[in-house]
Unconditional design. Structure first.
Length: 377
């Protein structure tokens, strides 16, 4: 009995010592409202793009290279999810946004955005399929952006379900600036469809013979961040500007967000003006902008309990500077900004709040990582 007690005591002391050593060697970041640890959940991800948490545990990660990966108990499973269609890794295109249906626990519908096409003609498409372990089945293409075009720029694409269970799909202008002002063209728009891809009857351009009925907003350059406001239910996005002029916008039905007629950015290299200035009647102004550009990607409102002073804040990743940007929001205004990480982990591609209230980040690299932010003692 004494021997068993002694062994238990030694094991307990060793466990405590290991825990203390881990804390001492934790990567602790100091910030204005909370100090936090940064833990590497897993690496070996090839240009990870988006992530989603499965009910009951497990994480899905899209890789731009065209693979859908699953993480269980902190371990990256070696075999990708099967059943995906042919995906084109073309420049900024590949396997991109991911979302679970609000009723996923019952219907198992998983949604993915990806680049598709051939012979130099590509666009963003969206599928849904039922996830069964390591397999997607009953795969259906529910949206295809038209027209398809060449080049590898500006595919978007984040996926977010609204409170009414309609699906929002953020797109880019595919490098064709003028297309963003044409509602007969999906390029440079925010799309809104039902969960099966059909068009909601209250979409703003339904009944307009010259417009695509799936369009919800237009005049957008390349939206790679999107989130639903936890109180109002409004859809917020951010988009890349050219050289300067990254924007945060609140998306309203039928609104023109100005690209390329108005922008706070300038042409690459030459620095010459684009369009007609920064303001024009009938075109919306951003609620926040970055000049110079931070190259934003990923976006999440924080609603958890792990970081109480961050509640209601908007978090944005930065590709260019490797930042995690925290925006304090009051109503529909951004009142302050804090920049964290400062390139320490490389390009931040996505930001998502986990079920445990931690923040999770994806780093965009050939050896990309999934990072977890937890409160520091």
């Amino acid at each position: 009995m004494l021997l068993r007690y002694g062994l238990n005591l030694i094991i307990g002391m060793l466990s405590l010592l290991i825990c203390q050593i881990s804390i001492l060697h934790a990567d602790v970041i100091q910030s204005q409202k909370h100090h936090f640890n940064v833990e590497v959940v897993t690496g070996s991800l090839q240009h990870p793009w988006g992530l989603a948490f499965l009910p009951g545990g497990g994480i899905l990660v899209t890789e731009r290279t065209g693979r859908l990966r699953r993480i269980e108990d902190g371990s990256l499973l070696p075999t990708p999810i099967a059943g995906l269609p042919k995906i084109r890794e073309k420049g900024q295109g590949g396997l991109l946004g991911i979302a679970l249906h609000p009723g996923f626990a019952q219907n198992r519908w998983l949604y993915l955005a990806y680049a598709a096409g051939n012979w130099g003609n590509y666009s963003t498409e969206v599928l849904r399929g039922r996830l069964d372990g390591s397999q997607l089945s009953d795969v259906q293409t529910i949206f295809k952006a038209v027209p398809k075009s060449g080049g590898g720029r500006h595919f978007g694409s984040r996926l977010v379900f609204g409170r009414d269970q309609t699906l929002y799909i953020s797109l880019g202008d595919r490098g064709e600036r003028a297309a963003a002002q044409d509602v007969g063209d999906h390029r440079g728009t925010l799309i809104r469809v039902n969960d099966d891809g059909s068009v909601p009857p209250d979409n703003p351009f339904v009944g307009d013979a010259k417009a695509r009925p799936e369009i919800y907003t237009y005049g957008n350059r390349n939206m790679q961040g999107m989130a639903m406001h936890p109180v109002s239910g409004a859809i917020w996005t951010h988009e890349h500007g050219p050289q300067g002029g990254d924007e945060v916008n609140i998306m309203r039905a039928g609104v023109n967000y100005g690209w390329p007629a108005i922008t706070y950015g300038v042409n690459y290299g030459s620095g010459t003006p684009i369009g007609e200035g920064t303001h024009k009647a009938g075109m919306a102004q951003p609620i926040h902008k970055w000049v110079p550009s931070i190259a934003p990607s990923g976006m999440a409102f924080y609603t958890g309990d792990a970081f109480p002073s961050w509640k209601g804040n908007l978090f944005v990743g930065s590709l260019k500077f490797g930042l995690l940007v925290r925006l304090e929001v009051q109503g529909e205004q951004v009142v302050s900004e804090e920049r964290m990480l400062d390139g320490r982990y490389g390009r931040i591609r996505d930001v998502v709040q986990g079920p445990d209230g931690s923040l999770y980040l994806l780093t965009d690299d050939r050896e990309g990582q999934l990072l977890k932010l937890t409160p520091a003692s």
